[in-house]
Ligand binder design. Structure first.
Ligand code: NAD
Length: 359
């Protein structure tokens, strides 16, 4: 029998299939948008232009200025430009950075977002925004930033490099893992989490084998949708706190950091979360130690497994351990400074995950 729980559905329209460019006008019609600005990263400007071209005179321009962690000055410039162009909405094409820029504009001007995600990070499914001022990232929740429509088209993720596909997919898995033991877990979200992990762990090896495998890309996007919904509907714990501190303080790369830390955070929490372990075990083909299985999988897919290879210095282990244990948050197990330090050291060194990292 499920425990007591609250489930609040987010107002969200999802369109899935390999026809995003044909489908976009209908998605804009649903919301009543006439003049949208297309947002993307500088590296994806040609993709942004392709979307603008498909929209014809309903596009008022492409802003290719999205970068990781949404610097406040970039958000300000894009908001001013969207207003100057008279945009009544934004179409984001890209990963968490492009969607993050759309969210910053939505927060300021209330412009609705239609998102075409091209990574597996899951930001399109959440009402969470982030903005960085003078190196400090502030985050918040506001329903106004939740995309009104999300168009998942595997063709748009086909160009995502293999290494980024793997780490982005494991980033998505981390949302599902923490949703399974979240303080506000619910049966429906746990179903999504289990299925999301199942889909992504099946798709990622196939993408490594053949990056053009459209079935695998489609399965990965499906998994990323489910895992993103987990992130949007529950409160994250130790793993996301660690990654937030590592990304915010040391500027480590987002998806790669999640990939390295996840097996360690999960191994630490496993003894306190038998139901999550059962669900993950089912999703991972019967693995009796899901944390170890995810660590092995990262190795099999040639993903990074140490924070050292991402550029972290050993002396930063203490600083991050202090940061993640200085403020309280919900986690299935209490985390002492020694636990956090031991866990981070193992992750830094690339050692196998342990449920008892302090020893
Ligand atoms: P990203 O959006 O920064 O993209 C990484 C790089 O990959 C960029 O250069 C981008 O142009 C390129 N890229 C993306 N898709 C591509 C494709 N299909 N083909 C070729 N290149 C492609 O990476 P991300 O991991 O998706 O997003 C990370 C950011 O998103 C972080 O700032 C993170 O904090 C944020 N995020 C926010 C939430 C939330 O709920 N608010 C959730 C997840 C991530």
């Amino acid at each position: 029998m499920p425990r007591n729980f609250i489930y609040e559905a987010l107002p969200m329209r999802v369109r899935f299939g390999a026809d995003a460019l044909d489908a976009l006008p209908e998605e804009l019609d649903q919301i009543g948008l006439q003049k949208v600005v297309v947002l993307c990263s500088p590296e994806q400007e040609s993709t942004g232009q392709q979307v603008a071209d498909a929209l014809g005179n309903r596009s008022v321009g492409v802003l290719a200025s999205a970068i990781m962690h949404v610097p406040a000055e970039v958000a300000q410039q894009a908001s001013d430009e969207a207003a100057r162009l008279g945009a009544d909405g934004c179409v984001t094409v890209g990963g968490g950075s492009a969607i993050g820029l759309g969210k910053a504009i939505a927060l300021k001007h209330g412009l609705p977002i239609v998102a075409i995600p091209t990574t597996y990070a899951g930001s399109e499914m959440t009402p969470v925004w982030g903005m960085t001022t003078d190196g400090r990232k502030e985050t918040g929740r506001d329903p106004i930033v939740l995309p009104r429509s999300v168009v998942y088209d595997p063709q748009f993720s086909k160009t995502l490099p293999v290494s980024m596909s793997v780490t982005s997919g494991i980033n998505a898995i981390s949302h599902a893992v923490e949703a399974l033991y979240a303080p506000d877990a619910s049966p429906i979200i746990s179903l999504m989490a289990e299925e999301g992990v199942r889909a992504l762990t099946a798709a990622l090896p196939a993408i490594v084998e053949d990056p053009d495998d459209i079935e695998a890309r489609s399965t990965a996007l499906y998994g990323s949708w489910l895992c993103g919904a987990c992130l949007g509907n529950t409160t994250m714990s130790l793993h996301h706190k660690l990654c937030h501190a590592l990304g915010g303080t040391l500027n480590l790369p987002h998806a790669q950091t999640h990939t390295v830390v996840l097996p360690h955070a999960l191994a630490f929490n496993q003894p306190a979360t038998p139901e999550a372990v059962d669900a993950l075990s089912r999703a991972l083909g019967g693995a009796d130690d899901p944390a170890r299985r995810l660590w092995d999988l990262a190795g099999e897919l040639s993903a990074p497994r140490s924070l050292e290879e991402l550029g972290m210095k050993e002396e930063d282990v203490d600083r991050i351990a202090d940061e993640v244990t200085s403020r309280p948050y919900g986690n299935p197990r209490d985390v002492s400074y020694e636990d956090a330090r031991g866990l981070l050291y193992r992750a830094w060194k690339g050692e196998a995950p342990s449920s008892d990292p302090a020893n």
